[in-house]
Design a protein around this ligand. Structure first.
Ligand code: CAA
Ligand code: NAD
Length: 297
């Protein structure tokens, strides 16, 4: 009887209805891996045009999954059927876990968490952020219920990279932590590492100073963009060089992460170099804009 009761509790607790806010590079990737893991996914974008672009991004990546033999045609069709799109945050009322992947801007995320907190009715729901660097406590404290706020940080490209960083705040409940960790590990099949709630968490606190150093190196004429990238690919077996990786992440996002870490630690190594600032001002924000350190068709 105990086992049956446990099973019933587990089923009731199991996350089957997820929300993803934002369908840019990261939101689309998170929505895709959720849909592939048989979860019902509701995806928000700002406008109908943006939802169409987000949907196209997800379908293109699912197609890539089929052509590389990772999923079958049937799995692609089923994943596509589990995805729905909206432009209304109010539609997230029945979600058991919502994760946001909007622009790396504290003011935007704060406003969103205020709204989500009012909309999502389940007191045990998980309200997660995919922020690269903003301390989660800043998002938790604008809600009435900071126990349900947590960091779930995925890596780009989400369907390929196995890591999720789990960030709990001083206020996150252990029940929400356990639910979020189980979701990432057991439902999505990701590997979880935990990080303290410090700007940049584990990966970006180590990675971003390296990317900024590469930009400073290019800026000073120490070596060319191409040679810096070649050197790290051929000399350290990295899958891509630091300037190609900056283009992949997005220069706007790298700058925002640097600003956030510099604000927290005041260490020069986190401060965004002028070349990065000028390129962001020029709109050369990387692969997603077709132009960064390199050009993309
Ligand atoms: N969606 C689905 N699958 C994808 C994909 C995508 N967007 N991109 C690549 N893949 C798959 C391909 O289908 C391919 O699969 P198979 O080997 O099974 O055929 C595999 O990944 C390799 O892809 P490619 O052969 O096309 O290209 P590649 O070998 O150059 O790999 C890469 C591309 C996966 C992006 C690789 O270069 C890489 O891992 N780069 C480093 C990325 C990285 O460091 N990311 C972390 C950024 S930091 C971050 O995310 C945190 C933050 O907060 C900023
Ligand atoms: P992106 O530029 O591809 O997408 C940005 C998203 O934010 C879009 O959905 C857009 O509609 C939305 N948005 C923009 N301005 C907005 C506003 N004012 N109000 C509400 N929504 C707005 O960015 P991305 O690379 O998907 O990054 C999204 C989040 O994920 C950021 O917090 C970023 O730090 C984090 N992240 C990025 C990476 C990466 O490699 N790019 C990796 C891990 C985490």
């Amino acid at each position: 009887a105990d086992n049956a009761a446990d099973r019933a509790a587990d089923t009731a607790n199991k996350i089957t209805r997820v929300g993803v806010i934002g369908a840019g590079q990261m939101g689309a990737g998170i929505a895709e891996v959720c849909a592939r893991a048989q979860v019902d996914v509701l995806v928000w974008e700002k406008t109908r045009e943006a939802t169409a672009a987000g949907r196209a991004r997800i379908l293109k990546s699912l197609d890539r999954g089929v052509s590389s033999g990772k999923i079958t045609e049937r799995e692609r069709e089923q994943a596509a059927l589990r995805l729905r799109f909206t432009t209304e945050i109010a539609d997230f009322a029945d979600r058991q876990l919502v994760t946001e992947a909007v622009v790396e801007d504290e003011a935007v995320k704060v406003e969103l968490f205020r709204e989500l907190d009012e909309v999502v009715t389940d007191p045990n729901a998980v309200l997660a952020s995919n922020t690269s660097s903003i301390p989660i406590m800043k998002l938790g404290m604008v809600t009435q219920n900071p126990q349900r706020v947590i960091g779930l940080h995925f890596f780009n490209p989400v369907p390929v990279l196995p890591l999720v960083e789990l960030i709990t705040t001083l206020e996150t409940s252990s029940a929400v932590t356990e639910r979020a960790e189980k979701f990432a590990a057991e439902i999505l099949g990701k590997q979880v590492v935990r990080s303290a709630d410090r700007s940049g968490f584990v990966v970006n606190a180590l990675l971003v100073p390296y990317l900024l150093s590469a930009i400073r190196m290019a800026e000073s004429g120490f070596a060319t963009v191409e040679d810096i990238d070649q050197a790290m690919v051929l000399g350290c077996a990295h899958p891509m060089g630091p300037l190609t990786l900056t283009d992949l992440v997005g220069l706007d996002t790298v700058k925002a992460i640097a600003d956030s870490m510099y604000g927290e630690f005041k260490e020069p190594m986190y401060s965004p170099p002028p070349m990065l600032l000028r390129m962001v001002e020029a709109g050369r924000i990387g692969k997603k804009a077709g132009h960064g350190f390199y050009r993309y068709d």
